[in-house]
Design a protein around this ligand. Structure first.
Ligand SMILES: [Zn+2]
Ligand SMILES: [Zn+2]
Length: 384
């Protein structure tokens, strides 16, 4: 691998930064201590920053002259799950852990910041976004609503996620869709309650529930093209309180993933029609709500990422034919506003999957990720 020697020389310090973050996970938008820790490090590197969004911050490094503005993003939040790694730097907060490696992403960005503080020989401006609330808390939207793109004329934005199952010397770049959209739906089915012995005198909602769930299984094979990717999962059913009462109401909730925006429209419409259909068939009333949580993460500008990755890990270790993940990422909102790319850096072939209680970020990936960011800056800034 072709890692930046100046970054490699700091490996011990970077490792302890990452492990400190790992031991002190914070959740959602409440990354108060993490942001304070990042600010302290940026102060020591002589890098200025501003608060943005909710407990997110944006560091700014000016080069030697005018040029493009290139932003990089790291997420900082952990997850509400109990850690079972048994590591010496195990989470000190019960029921919370860095199970998605955002401790590593933050360490990568600090490694990059430290490198840039000594290497300002580029033209243009670099922005480093340390973001809260990626794990479903709308952290990216908070940053956007606080004026990220109005206050700064961002030409490109780059980000990465560690990815278990790939070796630490492999980088995955998707030209196009990288991660799926996430939508959520709620269906309330209302009948009329009564004694379990006389369903004919009630409006019994469960037969309608069963038909909706069964019908939802047919939407993908029958409505979505075999060339498109989509997942529909029913994840909650709530209703009933006794053995001998037919309830008034049952609520069904679910989750939809796809890598094409037109498939989102198709699924929303199909599930809505299914709800109307069961209402007509069973005499229940239904109210169906479909919420779009995250858009598809689509990489508009994969070329500089591919070239930069090849510089760091060698061309044979840059994988460009991998399938997109059906998980979602709020980085997708940034890609709706500017050009850029989001890549996966291997976390080790034997690494437990992300969000697993035994997951741990691979410290070697700090060097790969930070070296990749350095290379990308050179590639992008040199472009006409
Ligand atoms: Zn996650
Ligand atoms: Zn994550």
């Amino acid at each position: 691998m072709n890692l930046k020697p100046e970054i490699e020389a700091c490996f011990e310090a970077l490792k302890s930064i990452r492990r400190h973050l790992h031991a002190h996970p914070e959740i959602g938008l409440e990354t108060v201590e993490t942001a304070a820790f990042v600010k302290e490090k940026l102060d020591s590197f002589g890098i200025g920053y501003e608060d943005i969004g909710v407990n997110s911050l944006l560091a700014k490094i000016e080069g030697r002259g005018p040029g493009k503005t290139v932003a990089f993003r790291a997420d900082m939040d952990g997850l509400e799950t109990a850690e079972e790694t048994g590591l010496p730097y195990h989470s000190q907060v019960e029921g919370r852990m860095h199970a998605c490696g955002h401790d590593g992403h933050t360490a990568i960005m600090l490694a990059f910041a430290r490198y840039l503080s000594d290497h300002r020989g580029f033209d243009g401006t670099v922005l480093l976004l340390f973001q809260s609330g990626e794990e479903g808390f709308g952290g990216a939207l908070e940053v956007i609503e606080d004026g990220l793109f109005e206050k700064h004329d961002i030409d490109f934005m780059f980000g990465l996620h560690n990815w278990p199952g790939y070796a630490v010397n492999q980088i995955v770049v998707h030209p196009g869709a990288c991660m799926a959209s996430e939508d959520r739906f709620d269906l309330v089915i209302r009948g009329r309650s009564g004694h379990a012995s006389v369903p004919h005198l009630c409006v019994e909602p469960f037969a309608a529930v069963a038909d909706f769930i069964k019908g939802a299984q047919t939407v993908i094979p029958r409505k979505v093209s075999a060339h498109d990717k989509a997942v529909i999962s029913i994840t909650q059913v709530h209703g009933g309180s006794a053995y001998n009462i037919i309830p008034d109401e049952v609520v069904i909730r679910g989750n939809v993933r796809t890598t094409d925006a037109h498939v989102q429209d198709l699924i929303e419409e199909s599930l809505g029609k299914l709800a109307d259909g069961i209402a007509a068939m069973y005499g229940v009333s239904t109210s169906f709500a479909y919420h779009r949580k995250h858009p598809v993460l689509r990489n508009s500008t994969p070329e500089p990422a591919m070239k930069a990755a090849a510089r760091v890990v060698g061309e044979e270790n840059v994988l460009t034919g991998e399938l997109p993940a059906m998980g979602s990422e709020d980085y997708a909102f940034f890609m709706q506003r500017t050009k850029g790319c989001f890549v996966w850096v291997g976390n080790g072939e034997d690494s437990p999957v992300i969000h697993n209680s035994k997951y741990d970020f691979n410290d070697q990936a700090i060097l790969v990720g930070a070296s990749f960011f350095v290379e990308i800056l050179e590639k992008v800034m040199r472009q006409p």
